[in-house]
Design a binder for this molecule. Structure first.
Ligand code: FAD
Length: 312
């Protein structure tokens, strides 16, 4: 970890709440569904699709999962009633994966059912390596019941090559990302070029197998490589999409959209925004570099309202 990042992480508890809010404001749509839907509307107006993420993960009590599921169902209802172009992304630990696997499956099914009712789609985010296998298994089960569910594979995991073969066998809808959690060398590539090579090879294998792929990256090298594969395979724009995080790489996003590529923006929202931002920082201190930049520079993004209490 770079020294500056280390210092920023150590200093985070001392950073005044309004400053944390200002930083989070760039990456989080707000605390309420209303704010999130307004952000989606603005993105749709720019030609981008969206995926809504209700913030929160790693619940400790079974009772805590119901509220999250209800919020996802409300989000899917809200997307449909406003005719917005957005699906949802969900973390299984927020539905109790670590507490009670069957309970988690039932809670996930409630979201998948709401998505089905609205002819929409739910993607299962990928979390740290302690739940990789359990997440893929639950996905495989759910995918057998319905096509409107998708998975995420992380390029830094050495196992993802095999997992891509499993996903390809199901012609699954897969988001490929680098991976955000800090993982040990035994299970994850650490070298930037190795991660890039793994990323491109996953995208190539999945696209080649006829899977719909969400190419989730802000790395221009990976975007170029994916575009080369798309061109080589002569794929139509409906066969894949690019995905980016809210508040990141706006210029690259605009370039891809104006070149006619589908692009989806990940829109997190919810009351847990502060805990989420702090946890992300502790899990991957490399993000601290972005925090420093966030203090001095704010990229313009479509936003309707600031987070409550934020005067910016
Ligand atoms: C739509 C989407 C969904 C994701 N879902 C998951 C998931 O389910 N599981 C998971 O483990 N990870 C997920 N991630 C995170 C992902 O794994 C990476 O950690 C993250 O995207 C950074 O990797 P990169 O490919 O953009 O490359 P990097 O090399 O990290 O970034 C390329 C450039 O993008 C910019 N950049 C990247 N991230 C940020 C940021 N936060 N703030 C400001 N600038 C930034 C920087 O300028 C950087 O130089 C997701 C990412 C996206 C875009």
């Amino acid at each position: 970890m770079n020294l500056v990042n280390r210092l920023v992480v150590a200093a985070m508890p001392l950073v005044p709440r309004p400053v944390v809010r200002r930083i989070a404001h760039r990456y989080v749509a707000g605390e309420t569904l209303e704010e999130a839907l307004e952000t989606v509307r603005a993105l749709n107006d720019e030609g981008c699709m969206a995926t809504l993420d209700v913030l929160g993960e790693d619940v400790e009590q079974r009772e805590e999962t119901g509220r999250t599921v209800d919020e996802y169902v409300r989000a899917l209802d809200g997307i449909a009633s406003r005719h917005l172009d957005s699906n949802v992304s969900v973390k299984l630990t927020a539905l109790g994966l670590k507490i009670d696997r069957e309970h988690c499956r039932r809670e996930f099914d409630r979201i998948a059912e709401a998505a089905r009712r609205h002819r929409n789609f739910v993607r299962i985010d990928m979390e740290d390596s302690s739940v990789t296998e359990a997440t893929i298994r639950l996905f495989e089960e759910a995918r057998r019941d319905s096509e409107n569910v998708g998975l995420v594979l992380q390029a830094y995991l050495r196992r993802s090559r095999d997992d891509a073969a499993r996903a390809a066998a199901l012609r699954a809808n897969v988001r490929v990302c680098k991976g955000i959690y800090v993982e040990p060398d035994e299970i994850a590539f650490q070298d930037r070029e190795e991660i890039r090579d793994s990323y491109s090879s996953l995208v190539d294998v999945l696209l080649g197998a006829g899977c719909y792929v969400g190419i989730a990256t802000h790395d221009p090298v990976l975007v170029e490589r994916a575009l080369a594969t798309v061109s080589l395979l002569e794929l139509p724009p409906e066969a894949y999409e690019f995905q980016m995080l809210l508040g990141v790489a706006g210029e690259l996003r605009r370039r891809l959209v104006s070149a006619g590529h589908r692009l989806r923006v990940y829109v997190p929202y919810g009351e847990a925004w502060e805990a989420y931002s702090m946890r992300r920082l502790k899990e991957n201190p490399a993000i601290a570099g972005h925090v420093v930049k966030g203090l001095f520079h704010r990229e313009l993004r479509p936003r309707a309202r600031p987070l409550p209490g934020n005067s910016n």
